[in-house]
Ligand binder design. Structure first.
Ligand SMILES: NC(=O)c1ccc[n+]([C@@H]2O[C@H](COP(=O)([O-])OP(=O)(O)OC[C@H]3O[C@@H](n4cnc5c(N)ncnc54)[C@H](O)[C@@H]3O)[C@@H](O)[C@H]2O)c1
Length: 253
């Protein structure tokens, strides 16, 4: 029960990684507000400690509404998990039209970068009040080329920069870290303008360095650790890579 009595807000809570983080937080004793553009019928744990807000992370007012929900339902906020994201299906930069690139940029950066910034800004007064923390979902694409297209890779590099800048600016009251997964089996999707090539097939588990494809539950504990008061109270500005060693061989291996 590492998060007993804590209150968390998790964006992208309706999908693979976000939903697993909600379940891990509930199991660790936290109360949780899930925030997603899609409605969620059932809480992935004790329903008395779960609320769901439907909204768009790219909209300031929706972020405020999600934070207000945490304060009204559970009395405050200790942990913000910025996680909602979309992919770019590794679109080919040289082949896409300028119009589709411009549209794709606005869509992907609105969710994957602006959504994270607005979330922290909306949560900041509440996080400062209780000495809270932020955990972002970055990616192997935050440091390495080839696991996404130009938009996704640029956006995840931006998330790593945002993690470090906010860690610097918000200390000592608020810690800011990120988890950077490699491939995880989820329903991660690209917006329509970037899907021309179709979805990227999952990697062959036999070709993975550790011999398996990660499920969301394989990485959710890292979000518990980074939000806990154990060694993590001394961790800020860190990008925790959980990629099964994929970066060692690169996307083509
Ligand atoms: N799946 C992977 O291999 C992988 C690897 C590294 C990083 N990630 C990152 O993990 C995060 C979660 O993705 P996932 O893989 O669980 O995919 P997912 O599609 O299963 O979950 C993403 C969730 O975000 C929600 N969402 C999307 N746009 C939104 C918006 N504008 N407002 C509110 N909610 C919105 C979706 O409805 C969905 O429930 C993303 O940031 C993604 O970039 C995924």
């Amino acid at each position: 029960m590492q998060l007993q009595g804590k209150v968390a807000l998790v964006t992208g809570a309706g999908g693979g990684i976000g939903r697993a983080v909600v379940a891990a937080y509930l199991e660790a004793g936290a109360s949780v507000v899930g925030f997603d553009r899609v409605a969620q019928e059932d809480a992935p744990g004790d329903p008395r400690r779960y609320r769901h807000v439907v909204g768009d992370v790219a909209e300031w007012a929706d972020n405020r509404r999600a934070v207000d929900c945490a304060i009204e339902a559970f009395g405050g906020l200790d942990i913000l998990v910025g996680n909602a994201g979309i992919y770019d299906d590794r679109f080919s930069f040289g082949d896409i039209s300028g119009e589709a690139l411009a549209e794709g940029f606005d869509q992907l950066f609105s969710v994957n970068v602006k959504g994270y910034m607005l979330g922290v800004h909306a949560a900041l007064p509440a996080l400062r009040e209780r000495g809270g923390c932020v955990v972002f979902t970055s990616s192997i694409s935050g440091r390495h080329a080839g696991f996404g297209g130009a938009l996704y890779v640029a956006a995840k590099h931006a998330v790593n920069g945002l993690t470090r800048q906010l860690a610097l600016e918000l200390a000592p009251l608020v810690r800011v870290n990120a988890v950077a997964p490699g491939y995880v089996e989820t329903g991660l999707q690209a917006p329509p303008d970037l899907t021309a090539k179709g979805a990227v097939p999952p990697p062959d588990p036999k070709r993975m360095l550790l011999g398996f494809l990660a499920a969301p539950s394989d990485i959710a504990d890292a979000y518990v650790f980074l939000a806990s008061g154990k060694s993590a109270r001394n961790i800020t500005g860190t990008i925790l890579e959980i990629d099964g060693g994929s970066a060692l061989r690169g996307p083509g291996a």
